[in-house]
Design a binder for this molecule. Structure first.
Ligand code: GAR
Length: 191
């Protein structure tokens, strides 16, 4: 059974969608660890409910990013994790983690990359007045929201949309696309 970790900083709806899809679809993979960089994030409660082990990392407790990422690496090794899924993890992955998990870290972004990278992908697309935005799943590299794209799904922005209704449709799309990509990569032996 393949062991993965999910990294999240906030609400954790993608964490839940991934974890439940793995259980319901009987995918040959276990979510062995949730790594979270905020001690009061809502995702922690969700992980407890789903009985996923948790590692909370306080970056301020380490002299630098490399040391903090080494502490994460130690936990990943202990849990025998072979791949990482970022799901609303609002931190740039540094060389320590990237070097240890080359081509084994995926991210989901709430826009059609390379358009609207960064922390506010949905709002930026909405304010730009584009007619179509969407969701991207990609491998990560050293830059923000870059790296080879694995899958994208377009989401139209309707005339009657508010930011809230668009956000809801984007999240719904994320919750379908991310588990589908995971299932596909596992099937192909690419993760
Ligand atoms: C998701 O929309 C994800 O695409 C986004 O954070 C949200 C987390 O929601 N990630 C980024 O913007 C990365 N640049 P969740 O905590 O409910 O899964």
């Amino acid at each position: 059974m393949k062991k993965i970790a999910i990294f999240a900083s906030g609400t954790g709806t993608n964490f839940v969608a991934l974890t439940k899809a793995i259980q319901q679809q009987h995918l040959p993979v276990t979510v062995s660890l949730l790594v979270c960089d905020h001690e009061d994030a809502q995702v922690l409660q969700r992980a407890a409910e789903l009985k996923v082990p948790i590692f909370v990392i306080n970056f301020k407790a380490y002299p630098n990013k490399a040391a903090a990422e080494q502490a994460i690496l130690d936990q990943l090794a202990k849990a025998e994790v072979t791949a990482i899924l970022l799901a609303g993890y609002m931190r740039i992955i540094g060389p320590t983690l990237l070097g240890a998990y080359t081509n084994k870290i995926l991210n989901i972004h709430p826009a059609l990359l390379p358009n609207f990278p960064g922390a506010h992908g949905i709002e930026d697309a909405f304010k730009a007045g584009v007619k179509t935005t969407g969701v991207t799943v990609h491998y990560i590299d050293a830059a923000v929201d870059s790296g080879p794209i694995i899958a994208q799904k377009a989401v139209p922005i309707l005339a009657e949309d508010t930011l809230a209704t668009l956000e809801a449709r984007i999240h719904e799309t994320e919750h379908q696309l991310y588990p589908a990509v995971l299932a596909d990569l596992i099937k192909k032996g690419d993760l």
